[in-house]
Design a protein around this ligand. Structure first.
Ligand SMILES: NC(=O)C1=CN([C@@H]2O[C@H](COP(=O)(O)OP(=O)(O)OC[C@H]3O[C@@H](n4cnc5c(N)ncnc54)[C@H](OP(=O)(O)O)[C@@H]3O)[C@@H](O)[C@H]2O)C=CC1
Ligand SMILES: CC(=O)N[C@@H](CCC(=O)OP(=O)(O)O)C(=O)O
Length: 346
């Protein structure tokens, strides 16, 4: 059995991870870290876990959370990870960080976009960007995983086949993304209150959302050249789900069949990527509670433009499901263990 602790277990991604780990046949949860619920049973914080996970929570700096575990998941706000990751790897353990601190390769770019000092260049060099569809081989042996952001996951998976083949104009990529409110986390936040979001819809994060450098860094790596994108996130009045609409210009006239073939070939061995048939575009509900990323393709032969619709559950493939997928890969397990559920419907 793999012994696992979650630091930040009482947040939205932490509890989603706990839910999936409880159903994983090779995992034992040995520690749950929190800020506000120290010594309280996890099932007291989340009564849907009653009879399932009653472990008492500990403060996030309780040493037992590290000493008892083989792998530690960090589901904390950004800014906490660097010292914790140091302590974890010193003790020969592995760590999967759901936050943003280890995603960017440059400390200067991190400081510019997050307005705080993050890990050093040496610390960052130890981390692997944990997007399995792109980095599986490196993830297998990694000690530190930087789990991708939710928006970047939809966008990188949506664009990778086109950029790898260099069939779109790298200077014209426009991304319009929408997120459910759980994307903002569980802490008290005026902009997430029911009366603020219900019956409303808005763009936010302009002019510079902090996921932009992560998107550009990883797309640039796939493309082998520098990429800049225009990225606008929006807030949807629903709990979970994320949909990105991505617009690009084809360098030469290609039809749907050729593009579909390209995506099917690129993702042919991927258990969690589902390319939709011609004329079908995924809904957020199709992936609710699952680790799938569903991708729809529209080739507009009239304008020579292509539109990609990429959909995930922000708390699953956008965070905790992807983190578990990474753990499965790191431990040589079947990558889908604990992740095989079908979406809830309706
Ligand atoms: N929500 C999403 O869709 C996604 C989130 N992420 C990233 O994952 C991480 C966790 O996000 P999410 O679960 O949404 O966040 P939440 O705000 O829901 O949870 C944060 C967790 O961290 C704990 N925490 C907060 N502040 C402190 C502190 N000062 N000291 C100790 N513990 C603290 C909280 O404890 P307590 O409950 O006691 O307050 C809680 O367990 C973030 O870095 C986020 O950016 C990544 C992808 C998607
Ligand atoms: C709706 C909403 O507020 N979403 C969050 C998503 C960010 C997130 O969770 O990503 P990190 O892991 O990079 O922090 C936001 O836009 O800031």
């Amino acid at each position: 059995m793999i012994k696992v602790s979650i630091l930040g277990a009482t947040g939205y991604t932490g509890q989603e991870l706990a839910r999936m780990l409880c159903q994983h046949p090779q995992v034992e949860i040995v520690g749950l870290g929190t800020q506000n619920y120290v010594e309280q049973s996890f099932a007291h914080v989340y009564p849907n876990f009653r009879g399932v996970l009653e472990l008492p929570c500990k403060g996030i700096y309780d040493p037992e959370l590290i000493t008892k575990a083989d792998v530690i998941f960090l589901a904390l706000p950004h800014g906490f990870s660097a010292p914790l990751v140091e302590k974890i790897i010193e003790q020969g353990k592995r760590v999967i960080d759901l936050g943003a601190d280890f995603r960017l390769k440059s400390p200067e770019i991190y400081a510019e976009w997050y307005k705080t000092v993050g890990p050093t260049k040496e610390q960052l060099a130890k981390a692997v960007y944990g997007l399995p569809e792109i980095n599986r081989e490196k993830i297998k042996t990694a000690t530190v995983i930087a789990n991708p952001g939710c928006y970047p996951t939809t966008i990188i998976l949506g664009l990778a086949p086109l950029l790898k083949q260099k069939i779109i104009d790298k200077n014209f990529i426009i991304i319009d993304s929408k997120s459910g409110v759980s994307g903002a986390g569980r802490s008290l936040n005026l902009t997430s209150l029911f009366c603020e979001v219900n019956e409303d819809f808005k763009a936010y994060g302009l002019p510079r959302h902090r996921h932009t450098p992560e998107i550009e860094q990883e797309l640039g790596t796939v493309a082998g050249e520098e990429i800049q994108v225009t990225f606008t996130p929006h807030l949807l009045p629903m709990s979970r789900g994320m949909l990105s609409t991505i617009y690009a210009v084809l360098k030469e006239p290609l039809g749907f069949a050729e593009i579909e073939q390209l995506y099917k070939e690129f993702y042919k061995d991927e258990p969690f990527i589902r390319i939709q048939p011609r004329g079908e575009f995924p809904h957020t509900k199709w992936v609710l509670g699952t680790n799938y990323c569903d991708i729809g393709i529209n080739v507009d032969e009239r304008t020579g433009r292509i539109t990609i619709i990429s959909v995930i559950d922000n708390l699953v493939k956008g965070a905790s499901g992807q983190a578990l997928q990474n753990m499965n890969i790191m431990y040589g397990l079947d990558e889908t263990l604990g992740l095989t559920r079908v979406a809830l419907y309706p």
